[in-house]
Unconditional design. Structure first.
Length: 379
């Protein structure tokens, strides 16, 4: 869309907002009056007519300040935000019936994640921030990002961007961890990302915890204990602050990482302290947040002491009944506990199949491992 069409769209948006429908000179007179009275904005009907496409620009004229002012009246921060909004919406308004039914899983998003098209992803981020997203859209978009990342030969650029804006961190970076590829591109990318992060914040904590898991799975015996000791220096006060701010994923990853490390090194005193901290949080947190922590504890696996395991089984039974959206964590935790206790009654196979059918893109992060665990539990 060129600048003239973009300006005309802004005028049309102002017309709709103020219940004006006919694009003519009389309407521009009315809009000029409304802007002056309601918004204290002085823009002549002639200028509005030019911007709306009724008058041709006889000379090249710049409307920078006027456009910013009009964009604010149309509920944007400035004209640049309006332009980015339209760019993203154009990219996301798809061109056939299948894509219209699934707007956020378009080939644009997948290809952008695959080809390091950061400009598109920036616009996508702004679009999501401006318009919000439903649970289904969140899963569809997250699935598209991961599908694109899986074919990206240099994924660090996209991972770096996903960890750089609040909306991407909250919606996708911490939620869509590519579990099935943790030992390859995803773990490698998070390890590289962790090296760039110096300030201790939620992204630093999350990236280092995933990198630690990558190092453990790949037998990097020198790097693994070094990173574990660095993570062990994170204070409980800081973790509590994250929990208060509803940043659960980094805290859950830290609990898993430290439990695993201290149990392996035989430091039972420290592992007990961490488990009791986790137990306390799970008890008081809402079910969806609690199930995230339970899931990460269950990922520690066979080295979990029996008393830990029985406690998280009981908490899982209590919390899983009220989960409303963290279904992938609920399913994975249920299967892990089932395997560890050799009990196929913890979660029903039919329930898992139903959830995976209803929310396929939520399970893209762990589909292969879930299917493997189901075979172990039910066959």
């Amino acid at each position: 869309m060129d600048s003239e069409a973009l300006n005309a769209l802004l005028i049309k948006r102002l017309m709709v907002k103020n219940n004006l429908h006919s694009l003519d000179y009389g309407t521009m007179d009315k809009l000029s009056d409304i802007l002056k009275v309601q918004y204290a904005i002085s823009v002549s009907p002639t200028t509005l007519s030019r911007l709306g496409g009724l008058r041709k620009h006889e000379t090249k004229k710049y409307f920078g300040f006027t456009l910013d002012t009009l964009a604010k009246a149309a509920d944007f921060i400035n004209y640049e935000q309006f332009r980015n909004f339209v760019f993203a919406k154009e990219s996301l308004l798809l061109h056939n019936n299948t894509e219209i039914a699934l707007p956020f899983i378009s080939q644009y998003t997948l290809q952008a994640a695959s080809n390091n098209d950061i400009k598109y992803l920036e616009s996508l981020s702004k679009y999501v921030a401006d318009t919000g997203y439903s649970f289904d859209m969140y899963n569809l978009l997250g699935g598209a990002l991961l599908n694109g990342l899986r074919t990206n030969k240099r994924p660090l650029k996209v991972l770096d961007f996903m960890s750089s804006t609040p909306i991407m961190i909250d919606a996708f970076f911490e939620s869509f961890v590519d579990i099935d590829y943790i030992s390859s591109y995803y773990g490698q990318g998070m390890t590289l990302l962790s090296k760039k992060l110096k300030e201790v914040n939620r992204t630093y904590l999350f990236a280092n915890c995933v990198a630690l898991l990558y190092e453990k799975r790949n037998g990097l015996t020198i790097d693994y204990p070094k990173r574990a000791k660095k993570l062990g220096e994170i204070s409980i006060d800081y973790l509590n602050k994250l929990v208060i701010d509803n940043c659960i994923f980094p805290v859950a990853r830290w609990i898993q990482s430290m439990l695993e490390y201290y149990l392996q090194t035989g430091d039972i005193a420290k592992s007990d302290l961490i488990f009791e901290y986790a137990f306390e949080k799970v008890t008081i947190l809402p079910s969806d947040n609690a199930i995230i922590i339970i899931n990460q504890i269950s990922e520690v696996g066979e080295i979990l002491p029996t008393n830990y395991l029985l406690k998280i089984r009981d908490l899982y039974t209590l919390k899983s009944e009220q989960v409303t959206h963290e279904f992938d964590s609920m399913v994975n935790a249920g299967l892990n506990i089932s395997i560890l206790l050799n009990n196929n009654k913890i979660i029903k196979e039919k329930n898992i199949e139903t959830l995976m059918t209803q929310y396929p893109y939520q399970f893209i992060i762990c589909k292969e491992s879930i299917m493997d665990k189901m075979n172990r539990v039910y066959n």
